[in-house]
Each structure stands twice: as structure tokens, then as C-alpha cells.
Design a protein around this ligand. Structure first.
Ligand code: C2E
Ligand code: MG
Ligand code: MG
Length: 755
């Protein structure tokens, strides 16, 4: 083997030269110590710090222990040859460049070496410059590869960061190809819509869009435009696999989203069909905002208790119905419905019970209606119904009767049986009004009309009603004037003791002597007086007049009857009421013992803390107290016990129910009231007694005092004075009735006329 050329380069020639890779790890392998040494010196001379391995085995050992950038390897060595080392490097995937330095320059040897992964080949004897340049070429390659690796790592890190940013976004981010199929979706798609990215990739975007919004999504989801013209803030619904709270099983779900999208082009300066790549878009879940909006909208147009449309929505629908009615020459009807006895429930059983009753009423009303009819709650216990398609009055009558019938059976709430009737006023388009406001107002007037005529019924509006009191407002104005001008007068109805037949008391009842309308009964104006607070002034007036009248009868020698006056809740609750009451008595010169105060059961339930002390004070003064219309409220025995009362006055409706044949209903209630009065040691009086059957029944039950048309209707003061002087009822009362006798035939002439 020829001797290798020893290093000839002088240190001076190398001055200013810098090693390609000063910290390169280099292994020199040769089985000949002197060759190894000279190679070592040469490489060192060029500024490197190589390791040496004497022979193949030493090389394998070194490779096992350290990593090397470059190995200068002798091929022909005993035992472990250069080829063996090369094989080892390949097998172990060692990341080092092997330069074969060998005297075996045969083609097959070199080829084999290169085939086995050698980086290059230098023939022995080598020239120092060539060997170093080959070695440095390998080192340069190492440096380059190192830099590449570094860059790759950086790219990878930045890619991960971007992926993180995209996936962590609260918005769904997507890309479509030019055909509208997904090429990218971020992780948000799963939490927002319940799909995995994998199952959506390559699928068309339309598979995600709610059917209803397909038209809207077209050209928006797969937007081609960019910049200001691109889609932004587009609200639509997407299909979702998530089950929303409260949704029914298998109901298809959707999510409200807001979408922004723009076209993506391969050349931003050249946007056309050819350069269009697809769409980039972001999708934001706005279902919470939408839900909040829906709630707000609902609240604006619905009554929150019953969830029925409110006044505003009704008016809207009514206006629409009028427009259609006008166009199609069709009729429509508006019903104004007011519950008759709701206030009683609310006042006596509490608001929560009242609320539940209203809901139950709303449900029942709804069951009477057809599709297309609108039931709305107008406030309080008032409901309004719009029937947009009726042909005749009879159609409306059918519905009104159905409603009254349904409301006729009791509501059972919390074990209480509650009875509520309704008064229904009806106005029909066009004859009963041609605008939403006038129809509602006229239905309201008609409702008031029926209410004042004894409630629980329906009434169509007629123009003539408008002549009476065209509006509640005008009635209020007139009532105020009436109070000041003395148009209110007081009539008196006698109360008769069934044992002696003598008139023991009279009840003062207000009348309105209207200059045009004649004598107006209290049922027509008292509800309004109560609503407006005029009732306080009215009651004071009636009481003053009554006290004066009774004092005058005393002077006329008419006998010392008791005077019953009706007291409203408002008057009773008013501060200073007792002082004023006492002053009126004093002014008339009447003792408090002569007066009985009639308070309805419902008034009694209102503000117990205020009322009880006042009643006690009145009792101490000497006045007595009766509960009027007893049996119509919901007071219990234990409740009544707290009140300082003297008498129960059985409501007219129960007396009215007493008939000779089937007297079950009213009679059984009367029995209960009689038992109650006995239990509480209270006096008992029945009102509204019109015939002998009723009179006898009441007497049998032990009710000893009665009031009613059987004796006399309410009379003006002078006529009452006259009646008192005559005291004419003893005969009829004493006389035992024959079964066939009619009540009227037994009455004295004055009374017959009166009744
Ligand atoms: P009320 O206190 O229960 O009075 C009895 C009502 O029954 C009176 O009606 C009376 O005329 C009527 N009536 C008496 N006997 C018979 C009969 O045999 N058959 C029939 N069908 N009815 C009979 P009116 O005078 O129309 O009074 C109605 C209600 O107005 C009274 O009921 C009372 O609650 C109230 N009211 C009357 N005057 C006043 C008043 O000055 N102040 C207050 N706060 N309320 C009054
Ligand atoms: Mg009364
Ligand atoms: Mg009464």
C-alpha cells in the first residue's frame, strides 16, 4: 500500500483561516498507528479536535459511546473492516457522515462503500488539501442540515401555535373549497354543533344549514366577495346535534349563529373564477342572545301570568282583522269579558290564589275558542276576545253561551271550590264600531251594561247604550255633579220581625234621581263610584240624609226603628271615618244605638288589621254590625269569630233559590248559615224575600227577621214615614198561610202596588 502524503501545510499557510465548524465532532479510524497519528495532526492543524480509533472495533466502541458529525474511515482493516463499520452506521441509523479514506480505489470497493451510505471517498495516499476540503464539505452539509432541522422545528412550533389559536377561538372557523365543501373546520365545531371535524370535511356546507334558512345561506356561507362587500353579521340557524334544554326527544335541533365569510384567492390582485380557491368564514353562537331577545319580545306582547297576548298584541290583530273584514265585507266580533267574582277570591284568599284562578280561567276560555280567535288578557280580571270570522250574531251567541257555561262550573284550586261567573259585552264590526278602539270601548260599555243588570250574562252593544252614559268618563263627571247638586236621594226598605209582625228596622238605599234618565239604581253607578273613590263622599252623604230622616220620623212619632246603612270598604278604611260618623249622628241628634252598619263579607276580608279595631270602636259607641250578602264570600267560621259582629244577613241569591218543589241548593246553604249564626250567637236577617214560600221556609228554619218585596220595595223617606206610622204587616205575618195562597193576595194595597 503506498504511503500517504504527510501533512505539508505549514501553520503560516493556514493563518486567518477559520474552521467550518469549530466544535465539529470528528472520528478518525485507521488500523495503522502512524497513519492515524498523521491524519490526526493534519485535522488538528485545521483547527479541529478529532477523536482517534485504532482499528474497526475501536471505531465501533467510539460510535457507541459518542455521536459524531464526520468519520474518516479506513476501509481495509483486520477483524472489523471499514465495511463493517459502515454497515453498523447504516443499521443503527447513526447520523454521521462517513468519508472513506482508503488505498482500495477499486471501483467495486468505492461503489460498495458509497452504496452503504458513505458520504464521499478519498483515495490514499491523500493530498491534505483534498482530504480537508472533502471533510469540510461534509461538515458544511452538517451545518446546513442542522439549520434546516432548526427551521423545521420553528415552523412546527409556529404551526402548533396557530392551530391552537384557531382551535381555541370561541368562534367556529371554516374553509370551503370552490365547490362549497369543507376543507377545514376548527375544534369548535364539536362543542357548537356536535359534529366531528372528520365527518364534515369534504361535505357540502348546505348539510349544516337549517332548512328554513337555506335560501339565506346561499352565496353567503360560500361567499366569494372580499372586503366591505363580503358577508358580515348574517344571522341564520344551523343544524345541531346537541339536545337543548327542554327539547323533546328526537326533535331536530338548531342553533342561532352569526356568520362572517369572505372569498379566498390564489392571487389577491387577480380575483376571478380561476384564482378563486374557496371561502374562509367564522361562525358565532348567538343562541343565548336570541333567546333573550325572544323573551323580551314575548314579554312585550304577552301577559306574563297567563301567557296570553296582551292589549298591544290584541290591538294589532284586531286592526289586521278589521282591514281584512273591510276588504272581504266580513263581520267580526270583539268580546269584553269581566269576571264577576274574581275580586272576592283575590281579596279573601290572597293574590296567589287569584293568580292561579286567572290561569285556570284563561285555560277554560281558550278551550271555547277556535283557531284564529285571539284571547287576550286586558289586565286584572278582564279578558278580551277577538273572533275574526263570524257570519251572524248567532255565531257569537253560541260562543258567549259556551263561555258562560264553561265558567259556570266551579274551579277547584287547593281544595277550594271557586265560583266565578262572567259578564260579557260584545261589539260587532261594523255596526258596533269600525275601529279597534271603538270596538273595544263599545264592548266594554256593553259589558258594564250587563254587569249592572245582575251580572253573569252577555250583552251586545247598541247605539242606545251610548246615549245612556257614552263613556265611563262621562258617567263619572255626571256622578260628581250629582253629588254636589243633591241628585242623590235615599230610599228605605222595611225590615220586619216575623214573631211580632212589626217593622223593627229600615235599610237606607241610595238612588240617583237623574234629570233625564229617571231613577238610576245603585248597581249602575256604585261600581264606578268605588273605582273612582267617589263612594266615600257618597256614603257620607247617604248617612247624613238617613240620620236626618230617621230623626225627623222620630219627631213625627213613627216609632223607634233601627236604621241600617251600607258601608263601603273605602269609607271604613278611611282615616277619621269614625269621627266623621259620630259628628253626623250628633248633628242629626241620633244615638249610635239606633244604627246598624251593613258591611259585605268581602269588605270584611280586606284589611283586617285596620278594620277590626274600627269595628270594635263602633261597637263600643253602641252601633251594631251586620254582615251583608252573607254566604257569597269565603269566610269560615273561625275567621268570623274574630269580628265583633251582631247579625248575619243572608244573601238574596239563597233566598231566591227557595222554591216549594226543589229547594235543595239555596235551602241547604241557608241551613248552614242558620247553624253558623246559632253557633256564633248572632242575629239573623234574610233579604230579598218575595213570596210566602220563602217566608215560611225561613221562619221554619228559625230566621225571625226578613226584608223584601213581600213587604215593600224601598220607598222615599216620606212614604216610609207613613208606612212606619201604620206598621201594617202584623196581620199577614201572624196569619198561618194556606198551601194554595199566593203571597201578593195577602198584602195590603200599598204593598201590592209597591212589590
Ligand atoms: P244590599 O245592601 O244587599 O241591598 C239590598 C238590595 O236588594 C237593594 O238593591 C234592594 O232594593 C234589593 N231588594 C230588596 N228586597 C228585594 C226583593 O225582594 N227582591 C229583589 N230582587 N231585590 C230586593 P239596591 O237598592 O239596588 O242596592 C244594591 C246594592 O247597592 C245594595 O245591596 C248595597 O250593597 C249597595 N248600596 C245601596 N245603597 C248604598 C249606599 O248608600 N252605600 C253603599 N256603600 N252601598 C249601597
Ligand atoms: Mg245592605
Ligand atoms: Mg245584601
Amino acid at each position: 500500500m503506498p504511503e500517504p502524503t504527510p501533512p505539508q501545510q505549514s501553520a503560516a499557510a493556514l493563518e486567518g483561516r477559520r474552521p467550518v465548524m469549530p466544535d465539529a465532532r470528528i472520528l478518525l479510524v485507521d488500523d495503522k498507528p502512524e497513519l492515524l497519528e498523521s491524519l490526526y495532526q493534519l485535522v488538528q492543524l485545521y483547527g479541529y479536535q478529532p477523536d482517534k480509533a485504532l482499528g474497526g472495533q475501536a471505531a465501533l466502541d467510539a460510535l457507541a459511546e459518542h455521536t459524531y458529525d464526520v468519520v474518516l474511515l479506513d476501509l481495509i482493516m483486520p477483524a472489523v473492516s471499514g465495511h463493517d463499520v459502515l454497515d453498523h452506521v447504516a443499521r443503527e441509523h447513526l447520523d454521521c457522515k462517513v468519508i472513506v479514506v482508503s488505498g482500495d480505489a477499486s471501483f467495486s470497493g468505492v461503489k460498495h462503500a458509497l452504496h452503504c451510505g458513505a458520504f464521499d471517498f478519498v483515495k490514499k495516499p491523500y493530498e491534505a488539501a483534498q482530504l480537508i476540503s472533502t471533510m469540510e464539505k461534509a461538515l458544511r452539509q452538517c451545518v446546513l442540515e442542522g439549520e434546516n432541522l432548526n427551521m423545521e422545528a420553528q415552523i412546527k412550533a409556529s404551526e402548533e401555535l396557530h392551530r391552537f389559536i384557531v382551535n381555541a377561538s370561541p368562534d367556529l372557523v371554516y374553509m370551503l373549497d370552490r365547490h362549497g365543501c369543507f376543507t377545514f373546520l376548527n375544534d369548535r365545531v364539536r362543542s357548537m354543533l356536535g359534529y366531528s371535524k372528520e365527518e364534515l370535511i369534504s361535505r357540502h356546507y348546505s348539510e349544516l344549514v337549517d332548512e328554513e334558512h337555506m335560501e339565506l345561506a346561499k352565496n353567503i356561507f360560500n361567499e366569494r366577495r372580499v372586503g366591505n362587500r363580503a358577508a358580515r353579521n348574517v344571522e341564520l340557524r344551523l343544524k345541531s346535534r346537541h339536545r337543548r334544554h327542554g327539547a323533546r326527544f328526537l326533535e331536530p335541533q338548531s342553533v342561532w349563529v352569526e356568520l362572517a365569510a369572505q372569498g379566498v384567492y390564489s392571487d389577491p390582485n387577480e380575483r376571478n373564477r380561476q384564482t378563486f380557491l374557496g371561502t374562509y368564514g367564522t361562525i358565532r353562537d348567538i343562541s343565548e342572545r336570541k333567546e333573550a331577545q325572544e323573551v323580551i319580545n314575548f314579554q312585550a306582547y304577552h301577559d306574563l301570568l297567563t301567557h296570553l297576548p296582551n292589549r298591544a298584541l290584541l290591538k294589532d290583530r284586531l286592526e289586521l282583522a278589521i282591514t281584512q273584514g273591510r276588504r272581504n265585507k266580513r263581520k267580526l266580533a270583539v268580546m269584553f269579558l269581566d269576571l264577576d267574582r274574581f275580586k272576592v277570591v283575590n281579596d279573601t284568599l290572597g293574590h296567589s290564589m287569584g293568580d292561579r284562578l286567572l290561569k285556570a280561567v284563561a285555560n277554560r276560555l281558550q278551550s271555547c275558542l277556535r283557531r284564529g280567535d285571539t284571547l287576550s288578557r286586558f289586565g286584572g280580571d278582564e279578558f278580551t276576545l277577538l273572533l275574526p270570522e263570524v257570519r251572524t250574531r248567532d255565531d257569537v251567541v253560541v260562543i258567549a253561551s259556551k263561555i258562560l257555561d264553561r265558567l259556570g262550573s266551579p274551579f277547584v284550586i287547593d281544595g277550594h271550590e271557586l265560583f266565578v261567573g262572567a259578564s260579557i259585552g260584545i261589539a260587532m264590526y261594523p255596526e258596533g264600531g269600525d275601529s279597534a278602539d271603538s270596538l273595544i270601548q263599545n264592548a266594554d260599555i256593553a259589558m258594564y251594561h250587563i254587569k249592572s243588570r245582575g251580572k253573569n250574562g252577555y250583552q251586545f252593544f247598541s247605539e242606545e247604550m251610548n246615549h245612556r252614559f257614552s263613556t265611563r268618563l262621562s258617567m263619572e263627571r255626571e256622578l260628581r255633579a250629582a253629588l254636589n247638586q243633591g241628585e242623590l236621594t235615599v230610599h228605605y226598605q222595611p225590615q220586619v220581625d216575623l214573631e211580632s209582625g212589626r217593622i223593627t228596622g229600615v235599610e237606607a238605599l241610595v238612588r240617583w234621581a237623574h234629570p233625564e234618565r229617571g231613577l238610576v239604581p245603585p248597581s249602575e253607578f256604585l261600581p264606578l263610584a268605588e273605582e273612582t273613590g267617589l263612594i266615600i263622599q257618597l256614603d257620607e252623604y247617604v248617612q247624613r240624609r238617613a240620620f236626618e230622616n230617621v230623626a225627623a220620623w222620630d219627631r213625627a212619632g213613627a216609632g223607634q226603628v233601627k236604621l241600617s246603612v251600607n258601608l263601603s270598604a273605602a269609607q271604613l278604611e278611611k282615616e277619621g271615618f269614625i269621627d266623621q260618623f259620630v259628628a253626623s249622628l250628633r248633628d242629626a241628634g241620633l244615638a249610635p244605638e239606633r244604627v246598624k252598619l251593613e258591611i259585605t263579607e268581602n269588605t270584611l276580608m280586606q284589611d283586617v288589621e285596620v278594620i277590626i279595631p274600627k269595628l270594635k270602636q263602633l261597637r263600643r259607641l253602641g252601633a251594631s254590625i251586620a254582615i251583608d250578602d252573607f254566604g257569597t264570600g269565603y269566610s269560615s267560621l273561625s275567621y268570623l269569630r274574630q269580628f265583633p259582629i251582631n247579625t248575619l244577613k243572608i244573601d238574596r241569591s239563597f233566598v231566591c233559590d227557595i222554591r216549594s218543589d226543589e229547594s235543595e241548593g239555596g235551602a241547604s246553604i241557608i241551613n248552614a248559615i242558620v247553624a253558623m249564626a246559632r253557633g256564633l250567637k248572632l242575629g239573623l236577617i234574610a233579604e230579598g224575600v218575595e213570596n210566602r214560600t220563602q217566608l215560611n221556609y225561613l221562619r221554619q228554619q228559625g230566621c225571625t227577621e226578613v226584608q223584601g218585596y213581600i213587604f215593600s220595595e224601598p220607598l222615599p223617606a216620606d212614604e216610609m214615614c207613613d208606612l212606619l206610622c201604620r206598621d201594617p204587616f202584623q196581620e199577614i205575618v201572624m196569619k198561618e198561610p194556606a198551601p194554595h195562597e199566593s203571597a201578593a193576595s195577602n198584602l195590603p194595597p200599598t204593598v201590592q202596588n209597591a212589590g
